[in-house]
Design a protein around this ligand. Structure first.
Ligand code: DXP
Ligand SMILES: NCC(=O)COP(=O)(O)O
Length: 250
């Protein structure tokens, strides 16, 4: 597998902002985390500006656009407010994610198949503005086909169900979820979509996903920010990078 394209690591810094916001002050600073992540080998930075601003703020996005040397993957819901913000900043990538105000975290993938027309109109100006549009979806054929039809260039497969099953020792379910992710990565690739994956990935769950040859980018945040408490952010990211490279080399 030596001639596989490089697997990119996008470091999600949302939960640095979660800790900052717990006290309402200025630290820890997500921009500082982003610069450390770059130094540790991140190929991109991911930040999710939620409608309720529970972690990343508008000022964080503004700051990231100014300071980053690597591309920003801007995660957002499909709302008019977010579209305006994305069109103002024109980040490298915009990833459209589902949001429910009361959820603890992003619980599922976007229902593209049900909202095809609306989403096609929603992403068109983002693409015209030069952002690569990615759609965060479950590993389901119907969602992938719909993402392709609306003109998305990238899909990001939600790895949360696999990671939850693994964390809870439901091994058979973890295998089922992993197989779905494998098959749907292949399927999306045959349609010409670039395949990314993420949500809930850890040192224990990253290896099989990183080994899928069709997957080009992993976005990982919550685990890394937690691990940084024990190891420091740079070593925590470097270890993830090492595991990804090892999996890729087979
Ligand atoms: C879409 C995604 O997986 C990330 O943006 C993640 O959702 C961020 O963390 P929260 O879901 O806790 O806001
Ligand atoms: N899109 C997934 C992401 O950015 C990171 O999710 P998590 O590792 O914070 O669960």
């Amino acid at each position: 597998m030596a001639d596989q394209p490089k697997l990119r690591l996008g470091v999600n810094i949302d939960h640095v902002a979660t800790v900052r916001n717990a006290r309402g002050g200025a630290y820890p600073d997500p921009l500082r985390a982003a610069k450390i992540a770059e130094k540790a080998g991140a190929d991109g930075i991911t930040a999710h500006l939620r409608e309720d601003r529970r972690h990343i703020s508008d000022a964080d996005i503004e700051g990231l656009m100014e300071v980053l040397s690597v591309p920003l993957n801007f995660e957002m819901a499909a709302t008019d407010e977010m579209q305006k913000i994305a069109l103002r900043h024109k980040p490298h990538a915009v990833c459209i994610v589902p949001e429910k105000r009361e959820e603890r975290t992003t619980e599922g993938g976007l229902e593209v198949a049900r909202e095809e027309n609306k989403l096609a109109h929603f992403i068109a100006p983002l693409r015209e503005a030069g952002s690569r549009v990615s759609i965060f979806i479950a590993a389901e054929r119907a969602q992938i086909e719909a993402a392709n039809r609306i003109g998305a260039e990238v899909i990001e497969l939600h790895t949360g169900a696999y990671c939850d099953a693994f964390a809870e020792g439901r091994w058979d379910e973890a295998d089922v979820e992993l197989n779905k992710l494998r098959e749907m990565s292949r399927f999306a690739d045959t349609l010409g979509l670039e395949v990314h994956a993420g949500h809930g990935l850890t040192y224990d769950t990253v290896t099989p996903i990183a080994a899928f040859p069709e997957v080009r980018e992993l976005n990982i945040g919550h685990f890394l920010i937690g691990e940084a408490i024990f190891l420091g952010l740079e070593p925590a990211i470097a270890e993830m990078r090492r595991l990804m490279d090892e999996a890729r080399e087979g």
